[in-house]
Design a binder for this molecule. Structure first.
Ligand SMILES: Cc1ncc(COP(=O)(O)O)c(C=O)c1O
Length: 471
């Protein structure tokens, strides 16, 4: 048996995560050795006075990360495949990392790097729930489910999304206006396919999401960089430079990457421009669910009286990016065009993952998960910012924005943020230089740091100290 003590209910860290960390620690320090059997879920739950689901979630996480191995009726054991080297590397998330070297490592073959941008907290994903919903769907599999999926998207998911968007984002759209896509990128490529012609002018936020920039350029768009300030996109500037642009691509909830919201006067100005110029606004609402201060503004699309906005949402941040699911809401006038494209070219998304997400939404798990993540991220954001401030003092300025999944750390003026970021990346931390997101904009130098996977105050401290040695 282990000497696992009951998790502390007064801490903010979820019980399952505390349990997970205790097992990880026991394995790392050799108290639990490869091949050792761990207690049955039922027994441990009763011993520690926890719900079975809590223990099960911790075990699932340990199994998915290779610490434990289920052996059916023979119980669950510490993975015999864990050798000493593996254990050192695997415990990089532990709260008591013994050497700086170990904390630099990620799991072998892992693509998750410290401070990586744009990833949700993958350690807090509800694995057990996901597995349960998947198993249920597979158990009930019918021949029909094996047929080609609906090219427009799984109808129940489109219905749940239409209800969700009405309540949480103020967007009133019929399921017919909603298309399930391969994430944001899939939605953007659908728009390019249906509406964009070679050399079309596109207002693009500067700085702005560089992957969208590349995608649009690749599709033949002529980007018109439009500066961004504390009120979001400078609409006057766009109207001055390219009044007849065919598109404007914007991130109104949390401008990517600066984090400001597009102000109401600018929203109205942008919508008026699009109506006058008969242009399309592409609203990228990639992470509006994560808002920590005040009330999030409704989506720009909710104000779209003239039907000029194409709205894109993604499950990459609210569930996980490997899912490759997102959605696109189009004005009624474009429904037929997009339906045709789905039937002829895009062909729809895999049925099973759509059905699981649909169940998550239908059964209320989705909103519970978002609520949990919102408070987890608020906590992780605070400890990361605090650790950076403690470590760097005046050398870095962190200005917290109302939402988002990353921090912007401003460097002293005239610093070469690209050179610094390259050095830091070579040291194993996945920060990004702000300059990399700029086209013409002369932003103050800065580093972008994802905080969502910083699992504890200790880890934040280790990462900040490591960053300080590299900057
Ligand atoms: C600004 C922005 N939009 C959209 C996305 C989501 O893209 P996808 O749904 O293709 O994963 C991201 C992901 O990092 C992003 O940063």
């Amino acid at each position: 048996m282990t000497d696992v003590s009951p998790p502390d209910r007064t801490l903010d860290t979820p019980l399952y995560l505390q349990l997970y960390q205790r097992f990880q620690e026991a394995i790392r320090t050799g108290r639990l050795k490869p091949g050792d059997r761990v207690p049955a879920i039922r027994n441990l739950a009763s011993e520690l006075n926890l719900a079975r689901g809590t223990v099960e979630t911790a075990y699932q996480l340990l199994i998915s990360e290779g610490y434990l191995e289920p052996r059916g009726p023979a119980g669950t054991v510490v993975s015999p495949r864990l050798d000493a080297a593996n254990i050192l590397i695997h415990h990089s998330r532990s709260t008591t990392v013994p050497s700086a070297q170990a904390s630099q490592e990620t799991r072998p073959g892992s693509t998750i790097l410290p401070f990586q941008l744009g990833l949700p907290a993958l350690d807090a994903f509800p694995h057990a729930l996901w597995r349960r919903l998947t198993t249920r769907r597979l158990r009930e599999l019918r021949a029909d489910d094996l047929n080609y999926p609906d090219p427009l998207g799984y109808r129940p998911l489109r219905e749940h999304l239409s209800a969700y968007l009405g309540i949480s984002r103020g967007i009133h759209c019929a399921p017919e206006q909603l298309f399930i896509t391969a994430g944001y990128k899939g939605a953007l490529s659908m728009i390019c396919h249906c509406l964009m012609e070679h050399d079309d002018q596109v207002w693009f936020e500067d700085p702005g999401y560089h992957l969208a920039r590349r995608q649009l350029e690749h599709a033949g768009a002529r980007l018109i960089p439009v500066p961004v300030d504390e009120h979001g996109l400078d609409v006057d500037h766009g109207q001055h430079c390219a009044p007849q642009a065919r598109f404007a691509v914007v991130t109104p909830s949390h401008q990517s990457p600066l984090g400001n919201a597009l102000s109401l006067p600018r929203r109205l100005e942008l919508l008026n421009w699009a109506a006058r110029a008969e242009s399309w606004i592409i609203e990228d609402d990639y992470d509006s669910e994560y808002h920590y201060e005040g009330h999030p503004l409704p989506a720009l699309k909710s104000l779209d009286q003239q039907q000029r906005v194409l709205y894109i949402g993604s499950f990459s941040k609210v569930l996980f990016p490997g899912l490759r699911l997102g959605y696109l809401v189009v004005p009624e006038s474009l429904v037929e065009t997009f339906q045709l494209a789905c039937h002829t070219t895009f062909g729809g998304s895999p049925w099973l993952s759509q059905a699981i997400v649909s169940d998550l939404m239908h059964e209320g798990h989705f909103s519970r998960h978002l609520k949990k993540m919102r408070s987890l991220y608020a906590q992780r954001r605070a400890v990361t910012a605090e650790a950076l401030r403690e470590c760097f003092g005046e050398r870095l300025e962190i200005k917290l924005k109302a939402g988002g999944m990353h921090l912007l750390a401003e460097l002293p003026l005239a610093t070469d943020d690209a050179a610094i970021a390259a050095r830091v990346q070579a040291g194993g931390l996945a920060v990004q230089p702000l300059s990399h997101w700029c086209i013409d904009a002369q932003c103050s130098p800065g580093l972008l740091l994802g905080f969502t996977n910083v699992a504890s105050r200790e880890e934040a401290g280790q990462l900040a100290r490591k960053l300080a040695t590299l900057v």
